[in-house]
Design a protein. Structure first.
Length: 305
């Protein structure tokens, strides 16, 4: 009765020894090869550069989870197992893992930089700065325009680059020049066409005399060119030409206030001639010396593009 237990213990010990080997029965310690074995027999390394080789299975991470090969993304960038466009992906904007988080707004990525896709309800992006997100305005409040040093000037009646002017620098499609001419038979004439300013018996007095905006915008009104019954021209903000004749077209859009460096445009009338000038001295001289009547200030125009 005392012998059977000892034989059982010996047999169990032999089983344990056999199981502690590498599967080939040589009993070598796996640590001596410079690599470790997982429960599946796969070798894992931190960077895939170990000299050890797997006896079976695929490479796995230190956590035992098999590592997947990177996807084939073509022109897109590889971020983990994702193919992304770094220029437009708000979750990987400009660089893998860079997520755009913008206060009170839905984020976007534009040109590798975080941007505002849309503001939360009740919030408004007043300054175009994604760093501070969207702003909360009270009832009846409007955004206060914010300029930025070095920002390109746009045709928006705002000082975009903080230089105290706006829309300056000949912004394409923003302002157009008006030429001034005169005729002994038809009086003063204002046109956008230099050739027309020298047609017939007209003689140009000032090319690029003043500038007006090409397109309508808040704070601007059209200046209509009208043809009177005596074939002289008349310029007014009235779309009926104040009953003086048909509308031939527009010279452009002038300001209702003095903003962006605009100057007043004065209207005078005398001897059937409507005369327009931006000079106070010329206005007063026309009244004092040539019998013109100062009628009104039409609006505001710009001395340059």
């Amino acid at each position: 009765m005392t012998v059977a237990p000892s034989h059982g213990i010996a047999a169990f010990a032999l089983i344990v020894c056999a199981c502690s080997g590498d599967g080939n029965g040589d009993g070598d310690d796996p640590s001596t090869s410079g690599s470790s074995s997982s429960s599946t027999g796969a070798v894992t390394t931190s960077d895939g550069s170990s000299s050890g080789e797997a006896s079976s299975g695929d490479a796995s991470s230190s956590s035992g989870i098999p590592e997947l090969p990177p996807p084939e993304c073509g022109p897109l960038s590889v971020c983990g197992q994702l193919c992304v466009d770094l220029s437009v992906d708000p979750g990987n904007c400009g660089k893998c893992g860079v997520s755009c988080v913008i206060p009170h707004a839905s984020p976007a990525c534009s040109g590798n930089a975080c941007a505002i896709a849309s503001c939360d309800p009740g919030w408004t992006d007043c300054d175009g700065d994604p760093q501070n997100g969207c702003e909360l305005l009270g009832p009846g409040e409007n955004c206060t325009p914010v300029c930025k040093q070095g920002q390109p000037e746009a045709c928006n009646l705002l000082d975009d680059n903080c230089d105290g002017q706006c829309d300056e620098g000949a912004v394409p499609g923003c302002r157009q020049p008006v030429h001034r001419a005169s005729s002994p038979t038809l009086g003063h004439f204002y046109t956008l066409d230099q050739a027309e300013a020298a047609s017939g018996d007209f003689k140009p007095e000032f090319l690029n005399y003043f500038y007006m905006h090409v397109a309508a915008a808040p704070g601007l009104v059209p200046l209509y060119r009208c043809l009177k019954g005596d074939n002289r021209r008349f310029y007014t903000t009235s779309d009926t030409c104040e009953g003086a004749g048909p509308v031939e077209g527009t010279l452009g859009y002038l300001g209702t206030e003095a903003f962006c460096g605009a100057v007043p445009l004065y209207r005078l009338y005398g001897k059937a001639d409507h005369f327009y000038t931006t000079s106070v001295e010329e206005r007063d001289n026309a009244v004092a010396m040539y019998g013109y009547l100062f009628e009104s200030q039409v609006g505001f125009v710009w001395p340059g593009p």
